[in-house]
Design a binder for this molecule. Sequence first.
Ligand SMILES: Nc1ncnc2c1ncn2[C@@H]1O[C@H](COP(=O)(O)OP(=O)(O)OP(=O)(O)O)[C@@H](O)[C@H]1O
Ligand SMILES: [Mg+2]
Length: 327
Amino acid sequence: MQTISVSQLKKHFKVFKKAPGLGATFRSVFSRPTEIISAVDGISFSIEQGELVGFIGPNGAGKTTTLKCLSGLLYPSGGEVKVLGFDPFLRNSNYLKQISLVMGQKNQLWWDLPSLETFRLNKEIYDIPEKDFEKNLDELLVLLEVKNIISTPVRQLSLGQRMKMELIASLIHRPKVLFLDEPTIGLDVVMQKKIRDFIAEYNKRFNATIILTSHYMADVKQLCKRVIIIDHGKIMYDGSLERLVEKYADFKIITAQLRSDKVDKKDFTKLGKINYFEYPKVSITVSKKNIKEAATILLKKFPIEDLTIEEPEIENVIRMVFTKKKT
Ligand SMILES: Nc1ncnc2c1ncn2[C@@H]1O[C@H](COP(=O)(O)OP(=O)(O)OP(=O)(O)O)[C@@H](O)[C@H]1O
Ligand SMILES: [Mg+2]
């Protein structure tokens, strides 16, 4: 059985449209025109237990809406969703005890109280036996290195410390399935890395199934073998990160170090698109089918000291998928 299976999931929102101008405002008092937004427009995918999948796409693509449908906060307009055999929207307590939705932009911690109080509240909500609670809490405190601030009122914590506490509050019931919606947003790079390492560890240690959204490619690169790319509510790609590069990037980057500046920049343009030329370095984008030939010409006809051939940055490849350009 798949841990998560989504078939033709749709979520529409009906929103009021407001035409510009005062006249339109008056008219809209009587009949407000509405419009339907297809936030999620018929997506299908399935995820196995223990997978950690990156769910990426530009702003407004439908990521948060999908995660809300999966965690039972939104009722789908169409299609079918099954997680751990449950229909999320029924919000069966046996279901809610096994999942968690973590939103980097929202907080559940009690602002004026120490984090411990929120953890205790969640213990009651999730009906966690005292022994399990203590064991889980201790494990999480150690993993995230925050034992010392558990009694500090939340409002005195830094953003990163708060995010760690949010994670503990969301994981204290040891969910099997995690929906992480931008868990590293706004954090400095060191803290981002710590949260990433923690997610990787949680995934491994408990064989948890995780869907992660993030706008930071470092998160995706470190954590996700598989990515699902969504844009305008539709899936553009579902597969391994590696294959994404192979499929969409039909070019590589040649960087050469020159021994002498007695070269004509124009000669490089015959090989491909020049990214930059700052003596002694030149970087050229060359289509895959020409790569061998270009490298041979460079070595034969130019004073080359050193030469490297690299795959393009994943960021650039993903941007190409968004713009649906195959280079
Ligand atoms: N409650 C709502 N009512 C009306 N429209 C909504 C609602 N929630 C989301 N939308 C719209 O649905 C679309 C998808 O939104 P969603 O929040 O899922 O995007 P996202 O991929 O999470 O984007 P981001 O990367 O900015 O978080 C957007 O056009 C958004 O305006
Ligand atoms: Mg979102």
